[in-house]
Design a protein around this ligand. Structure first.
Ligand SMILES: [Zn+2]
Length: 387
């Protein structure tokens, strides 16, 4: 009897999905902790998250193009750096818009050090595989401590995407599943109307970094249900299938319906708040700190594979660190930040070098040693973290 009732409920849910698009299938925790120390959002360099897309396709159409995925990367890097179009943010919320200072790259190397394009394509005979456990063995997660794994897989036409909160899933299932119709802005996404601008993944990464829906933990929104963020007023509407143009009130305050963590149409979503930024940055310092320390964005070099004997110490470092090129002379030393900016450069290195890093923003850096007569792939790379 219990089984029969459950099956009936499931079919009822499926029929509801068939009638209306459900923006997000993420299972939110029943409760959350407010982040009280907003200073975590300061004094840090930009964090670049290494993303691996697993395209698991049953039809040629679902095997979306590299260019469709690249438009998704562009959307993420605009939304999380607050350089997207924010003209629909009402005056009352404009001071709350935050640059989350998080960027995303297509992974350049796999955990074992081999090169990748960041896009792994695997055919499957399964239909609607995005709702099945077999998804995770068809294209296994790669080191979900250091990589954001995004499975692009058929969710059956009713659901856009789903994510795992920090600590909510085992490593092999930690990440995001998104339907190919809602990736980026071109290809299949261009055939959509409401969810055609790549905001499904922006929203799901919000969950992945510990953000709740602004309307709270209930499915339909409630004034008594919080998102554990100070500067996002409680709301009792989800705005699913809606795209407001003016002030909307609920719960005795103006709703931040243009926040990425509502259910509004992609064209209406345009901001994270400062409190949400603090919450995401706190996650990158704690439960998902491995993402901030990953070298997945850095291309593989030949010399690195050969395990060249170069020592960088101490690591982590504070005010200075030393580079000891024990295996010979190098023509060029370059130190670049995790987001690709050169912060130090010197020619002709053959002895111990001391680098004063007092003025460098804290974060992950790459020490790159290279000889001019070697090709572009031949270089020695060491990671160092400044604290
Ligand atoms: Zn959601």
């Amino acid at each position: 009897m219990i089984t029969k009732i459950s099956t009936t409920c499931f079919l009822l849910l499926l029929s509801l999905f068939a009638r209306s698009q459900t923006h997000c299938g993420t299972l939110q925790p029943a409760d959350g902790e407010p982040i009280t120390d907003l200073s975590v959002a300061q004094n840090r360099d930009i964090i670049t998250v290494s993303v691996l897309f697993h395209v698991v396709y049953n039809t040629d159409e679902q095997n979306i193009s590299d260019s469709q995925i690249l438009t998704q990367l562009d959307v993420l890097n605009e939304d999380f750096r607050a350089i997207n179009d924010q003209t629909n943010v009402p005056v009352g919320f404009q001071d709350d818009v935050a640059d989350a200072e998080i960027e995303f790259c297509l992974a350049q190397r796999l955990p074992d050090g081999t090169a990748t394009t960041g896009i792994i394509r695997t055919p499957t005979t399964e239909t609607i595989i995005g709702l099945k456990q077999v998804l995770y063995t068809t294209s296994p997660a790669a080191d979900s401590e250091h990589y954001l794994n995004v499975w692009v897989a058929d969710l059956g036409g009713g659901l856009n995407g789903t994510a795992t909160f920090p600590g909510a899933a085992t490593p092999d299932k930690d990440g995001i599943v998104i339907d190919p119709h809602f990736v980026g802005t071109t290809g299949l996404a261009a055939e959509e109307t409401r969810y055609n601008l790549g905001r499904t993944l922006t929203h799901e990464i919000g969950h992945y970094l510990d953000l709740f829906h602004v309307f709270g933990t209930t499915s339909g929104g409630s004034c008594s249900s919080d998102d554990f963020v100070e500067d996002t007023p409680n709301g009792e509407n989800t705005y699913l299938g809606d795209c407001p143009t003016g002030i909307e009130f609920s719960c005795n305050s103006s709703d931040m319906w243009m926040n990425f963590m509502y259910f509004t149409d992609d064209a209406c979503m345009s901001m994270f708040s400062a409190g949400q930024k603090a919450r995401m940055q706190n996650t990158l310092l704690t439960t998902r700190s491995g993402l901030a320390e990953s070298n997945g964005c850095l291309p593989v070099s030949t010399r690195e594979v050969e395990q060249a004997n170069v020592t960088v110490f101490p690591n982590p470092a504070q005010n200075l660190f030393k580079i000891l090129p024990a295996d010979g002379k190098y023509d060029r030393l370059q130190i670049i930040s995790g987001r690709g900016e050169t912060v130090f450069f010197r020619n002709n290195i053959d002895v111990e070098i001391t680098v004063d890093c007092t003025d460098f923003p804290r974060g992950l850096y790459f020490v790159i040693l290279k000889n001019e007569n070697e090709n572009e792939n031949e270089r020695t790379v060491r990671r160092i973290i400044l604290q």
